[in-house]
Structures are given as C-alpha cells and as structure tokens.
Design a binder for this molecule. Structure first.
Ligand code: ZN
Ligand code: ZN
Length: 328
C-alpha cells in the first residue's frame, strides 16, 4: 500500500455531462437480435439472454490436433474446451447495471446452467465467466455481453485461490473466505452493500483503486450452489455495485469482471467460496492504473490508494440510476 503517493484525494469531478441514451438496436452490431455474425450465423430474435458459441473461439473442437512435437522439455496439447458469448439483453444500449434485478437474476440463472453444463464435460477443468467493459480494456462491441471460457486447464488466479483455500482449511479448519468476510464485516469501513445473503466490499488487500468483491454469505463452490433466494440477493447487491460504479464519475465505468468459481477438475474444493471480482483499470477519471515495473516486472501490486477511501467514495455515489440510462 502506497496511498501517500497519490497527490490528493479525488474531489468530485465528473465526466461527460448527461449520458446520451444509446440506441436499442444497431444494424451492424453482430450481437443484436436477428443480425448476422462474422461466421455468417444469424442471431435468434431473442428477448432476454442469448448464448452462442464464440465464432472465433480460443478453445474448441476445431483446435489443431496434429501439433508439432515441442522442443526439449516443453509440452503442449490441443486447446480443448468451449468458448461462448452470453448477450445480457437484446437492447444494445443497456449495460449490466441497467438491467432490472429480475433480469440480472435471470442472467445469473443462465450462468448457473452454463457452469453445470460445461463443467460436466470431461475435457473441461474450469469455467471462467468474465466481462470486459470499456474501450480501455479492449472491448470493441458495446452490446452488453460476457464471455465464457470452459478450458482444459485451470486459470492461474483460480488455481492459486483453490490452493490457498485448501491450505487454510488444512491449517485452521476454516474457510478462508469466511475469515475474509468476518474481518470485513467487523471492520466495516470497506463494506459497500449488504442485502440478505449477499455482500459487496472493497477488500483490505485491494490491488486496484476500485477493486470490489461481491459474494454470497454462505460458502458455495460456485454460483450454481446458490439457492434461488440467495441468487436474488446476489443480483440485488451486484446491481447496487454496478450503479454506484457508473454514478461515481458519471461515465460508463470500465472494468474487468470475473466470476471466481471452483475448478471442475474432479477435486472436491470444499473450501472454495464463489465470488465475483471487479478489477476496474481507472484510478481517477481518464487516469489508468498502469501495470509496470512492480506489477509486470515484479509480480506484486503497488496500490496507490487506500481501500477505505475508495469504499467511502463508492458508498457516497448514488445507488440509483439517472433517468437517461435507466429503462426509459
Ligand atoms: Zn447490439
Ligand atoms: Zn477471487
């Protein structure tokens, strides 16, 4: 933590003025209902969510099979798995936070079904659901959507989380994430939102200025383990966080959002506690947190801000959408 380096606290500037209402349909958007995609496939005229196999998949049945023998001790194998896209809504101009709690709950049900279906495939060791939002994280199509990478390997962060959760359980008999939740609730300064069985907070160990975790209170290895009432509470808290993000500076707040769910590699993962992590790249309006020497070169984050201050800013931001970006 190096918060003393940030020259001054954010003092309330916002960007962009009133947000223009984006159109509901865009003729050349490859995700809008009824439009053709790069593969030539035509989207259903869907009314809620729409799931389809990625036209340019990073993993899949068409992955090359006859791989060249790797040199020396290197190893390689075919990139088996499934890559999908989930459109949140037929309305091009909406965002995840612009959906109603009902609609977000419906999306969570879709993610549950995807985790169950893809995780049950023998070649799939992990199901990564993520959304990149904003041009600064490389998004070319603003149509509200996320991606699913169901892969034959476990992504590094999840592998680490699963390993330390298991170690913590062996050493203490407790679930690591429950200890995190207890510490956050006891302290309270970094809490953002608490509703029924779900909570959101800026973690004590936040790496990004506005890093936020959204989690159920009860330990479930994946979203698929949530009961319907817990899922609804989760949807409520998730929406609250998203609305605060967008209201913070009056801009569509860019982020990388990832569901952290237990691997589907056959191990038990009883100590894994499902949560969503938001890693927003901005630390001020128009100011990126650059990943440089310490982060890329050294592999550890220097945080330029105090998580208590950032949580207070998000709590002070309105939890209600302005009319222009609501469901007009
Ligand atoms: Zn669209
Ligand atoms: Zn995580």
């Amino acid at each position: 933590m190096a918060a003393h380096r940030q020259n001054r606290p954010w003092v309330g500037e916002t960007l962009g003025g009133p947000r223009p209402q984006a159109p509901d349909y865009v003729a050349d958007c490859s995700f809008c209902p009824g439009n053709a995609r790069v593969s030539g496939a035509v989207n259903e005229r869907y009314e809620r969510t729409f799931v389809f196999d990625n036209d340019l998949p990073c993993v899949g049945e068409a992955a090359p099979r006859d791989l060249a023998e790797p040199p020396g001790f290197y190893r390689s194998r075919p990139a088996d798995g499934v890559a999908r896209v989930v459109c949140y809504s037929p309305r091009h101009g909406l965002s995840l936070g612009g959906l109603s709690v009902d609609e977000i709950d419906g999306l969570l049900a879709v993610w549950q079904a995807q985790y169950r279906e893809l995780g049950a495939r023998p070649e799939v060791s992990h199901v990564l659901v993520f959304e990149n939002r904003g041009e600064v994280v490389g998004v070319s199509n603003p149509h509200p959507h996320c991606q699913i990478y169901a892969t034959n390997f476990v992504f590094k962060t999840i592998e680490t989380e699963a390993r330390v959760a298991e170690r913590h359980r062996a050493e203490t008999g407790r679930v690591l994430f429950q200890d995190i939740l207890e510490a956050e609730r006891r302290d309270g300064r970094r809490l953002l939102s608490l509703h029924g069985g779900a909570v959101a907070f800026v973690p004590y160990f936040a790496r990004y200025a506005y890093e936020v975790y959204v989690a159920p209170l009860r330990t479930c290895a994946s979203l698929a383990g949530l009961r319907d009432d817990e899922r609804r509470d989760f949807a409520t808290v998730l929406k609250d966080v998203l609305v605060r993000f967008d209201n913070l500076w009056g801009i569509p707040f860019p982020y990388v959002m990832a569901l952290h769910q237990a691997p589907t590699d056959g191990a038990a993962h009883a100590g894994f506690h499902f949560h969503i992590e938001f890693n927003p790249p901005l630390r001020k309006p128009n100011l990126l947190k650059y990943l440089a020497g310490p982060e890329v070169g050294g592999g550890s984050f220097l945080a330029d801000t105090a998580p208590e201050d950032k949580a207070a800013e998000l709590r002070a931001a309105s939890g209600t959408l302005p009319a222009a970006s609501g469901r007009g």
